[in-house]
Write a protein that binds this ligand. Structure first.
Ligand code: NAD
Length: 232
């Protein structure tokens, strides 16, 4: 892998949390604790009990205490957790003290919407490039980014020091693009393409499928006795 030419990688995490792999469900909840801590801190709370924090995050307080103990954070009896200190601890654990430079491949409906989403930047993710293959889109200004020609993917990824990529392209081209990303040294890929992608060890691939989420919702709705309209 061309490490000298490829995109920048943040330094490996150090410290206690780096030594272990946290369970996926814990990682999801850590992002919820971080959001809750930020809200509590902005509201002037310098500390919060596990119950208050759990309620703000929408989780069970026993689970919260267990999750935070995995980070070595136990809180203080009678005081709870210091919001600033805990927010910093979670930020470090999630790797959010590093700069994450995200390129989006595919400037269609989804890619354009994602590139304009303001919530990435204030969580530490900068969208640095947007690519497409269509002559109708290449060169167009989208949310302050000029759509780059995917033919120059490797050069632009290197130039922009991209270390995370989002695939918002049709399924049939997704694997080839994932392979190109991996070859240039991108190790974190989020795919919206409705296909199974293969990546080598050491590359983290996450897939988002809103249809699956809706199907799970439908299951729960049905279990709760709700019914949709009968499909024709
Ligand atoms: N996972 C989900 O929940 C979810 C939701 C919506 C869409 N999708 C999927 O996301 C993808 C994008 O959806 P959309 O609605 O934006 O589609 P779209 O057709 O609007 O956009 C796709 C874009 O990809 C570009 N493209 C095609 N081949 C390319 C290549 N080789 N390199 C770079 N760009 C290329 C096209 O020119 C187009 O602009 C589709 O695969 C769709 O099925 C997933």
């Amino acid at each position: 892998m061309p490490r000298s030419k490829g995109p920048a990688q943040p330094p490996a995490e150090t410290g206690p949390a780096a030594a272990r792999h946290l369970p996926e469900a814990t990682l999801v909840r850590l992002t919820q604790y971080l959001r809750a801590l930020t809200e509590l801190r902005d509201a002037g709370r310098s500390s919060a009990s596990s119950e208050v924090l759990a309620e703000a995050a929408g989780v069970n307080s026993a689970i919260l205490r267990k999750d935070l103990s995995l980070l070595g954070s136990y809180g203080t009896r009678g005081v709870g957790y210091e919001t600033e200190v805990l927010a910093q601890r979670i930020t470090e654990c999630l790797g959010l003290t590093h700069e994450w430079r995200v390129s989006i491949i595919g400037a269609g409906n989804l890619g354009r919407a994602l590139s304009g989403y303001g919530g990435f930047r204030n969580r530490g993710f900068s969208v640095v490039a947007l690519f497409d293959a269509s002559p109708d889109l290449i060169g167009r200004d989208v949310n302050g980014l000029r759509v780059a020609n995917v033919a120059f993917l490797e050069d632009v990824l290197t130039f922009t020091r991209t270390n995370m990529a989002v695939l918002a392209v049709p399924g049939p081209v997704a694997q080839e693009l994932a392979d190109r990303l991996v070859r240039i040294g991108v190790r974190s890929i989020l795919s919206f393409a409705p296909v199974v992608l293969q990546v080598p060890e050491g590359v983290t691939l996450r897939k988002v499928d809103l249809a699956t989420e809706l199907q799970i919702l439908a299951y729960h709705a049905q279990q709760a006795g709700q019914t949709g309209l009968q499909r024709p």
